[in-house]
Write a protein that binds this ligand. Sequence first.
Ligand code: TYD
Length: 148
Amino acid sequence: MSILNIKTNYMTSSVYNCSVLPLTKIHNNSGNITIVENGTHIPFDIKRVYYLYDIPGGESRGGHAHRDLHQLIIAASGSFDVILDDGINKKVVTLNRPHYGLYIIPGIWRELVEFSSGAICLVLASDVYNEDDYIRDYKEFLSYTKRL
Ligand code: TYD
């Protein structure tokens, strides 16, 4: 059994197990650099990186949950809100600093809203893209979490 599976098994899919992690920031007069390395800074190995940008004002993204995927979401530029929902509790997290990342465990419904102009949402993910890992129907999500 992989480390990821062990983590998923003992970690309840609660919004309270999703947290904002401080990332390394090296500051100097010519600008800042933030580093994320496998095994050191976040609780999963990164297999995929993608980013959302050019998001029109008023648009929302997400609106789904993942069965097994772990993600770290970073506002690489600008700001946006992430609404987390475990089927019982909801939590809203504002991301607006590139040296913080929101760790989302599997089994959490998420919606990304209130994007500022020019916002860039950087996502580090524990696996490659797999549509079968998505739950895109909210009722299906509730029954998946056995809370319908
Ligand atoms: P989706 O994950 O639904 O976007 P968001 O959560 O940001 O609203 O993905 C949008 C589309 O892009 C969907 O057709 C699947 C595709 N896609 C890929 O092909 N590969 C990927 O790694 C991702 C994240 C999305």
